[in-house]
Design a protein around this ligand. Structure first.
Ligand code: F6R
Length: 242
């Protein structure tokens, strides 16, 4: 594992965006695994800047998002589909048909999970998987549990996750209760994983994830087993690491 700590968010954003753009420069057909939430916003801004300067094209790239809320209309401003359009897809030349997000509005969600896994199997493996970290150690929406699932599945969001995401909604009770998420098996199959964490409020969970026991009760701890894990932290998030 390679842990890099940055003294500014700008430097972190630049380093992470460089990893993405240089991968796509060397492999224009790269398969990217993408995350949402507060963490990647500045990274996507930098990726868009690189695209606008003509450094990189995403025309042949395929992307798979980690997760989506269940039952939130896809045009709702807080759906992950809207998020991706707003922060990345509307600004680069990634082809819409190659930008995949699980659909949390399918009538048959089990079939949607199988469809998503099949797509990743057909096009993958994912070359670079970008991850944020939940306060409870979740990755994607794989919440702490006695056992974790390999493939895409429906999860009930933990109270802590719903509380954290309430900042994006008008009222806390509007945060959906369920989500569809890529499983940890798929995440761990990515050739390279880039875990990005910011903020003092995540310092403790970063330390648990990277130095604590490998346990499904802290899903991010499974990343310790990955042969090509890069962790990008700001100083606040890294302050408890030895
Ligand atoms: C988002 C995702 C989540 C977030 C995590 C951190 O697609 O899969 O695991 O990465 O909840 O969220 P932020 O970045 O908002 O702190």
């Amino acid at each position: 594992m390679n842990v890099l700590t940055f003294d500014s968010d700008e430097k972190l954003n630049e380093a992470c965006a460089n990893m993405i753009t240089s991968l796509v420069q060397t492999n224009p057909h790269a398969v990217l695994g993408l995350a949402t939430g507060g963490t990647p916003v500045g990274i996507y801004e930098q990726v868009v800047r690189d695209y606008q300067r003509g450094f990189v094209s995403f025309h042949e790239v395929t992307s798979f998002n980690l997760d989506e809320y269940v039952g939130l209309p896809s045009d709702h401003p807080e759906s992950y589909r809207s998020y991706m359009r707003k922060h990345l897809f509307a600004h680069i030349d990634l082809q819409p048909a190659q930008a995949h997000i699980p659909d949390g509005n399918e009538a048959d969600l089990e079939a949607e999970c199988r469809r998503y896994d099949q797509l990743i199997e057909d096009v993958g493996p994912i070359d670079l998987q970008l991850l944020g970290l939940g306060h409870n150690g979740h990755i994607g929406f794989n919440e702490p549990a006695h056992a974790l699932l390999r493939g895409t599945h429906i999860v009930e969001l933990a109270d802590k996750t719903r509380q954290a995401n309430a900042r994006f909604f008008d009222r806390p009770e509007l945060v959906p209760r369920h989500a569809i998420t890529m499983g940890v098996g798929t995440i761990l199959q990515a050739k390279m994983i880039v875990l990005v964490v910011r903020g003092a409020d995540k310092a403790e969970i970063v330390n648990r994830a990277l130095n604590g026991p490998i346990t499904t009760e802290c899903p991010a701890s499974l990343l310790q087993t990955h042969p090509h894990l890069v962790v990008l932290l700001n100083e606040q998030a890294g302050k408890l690491l030895k």
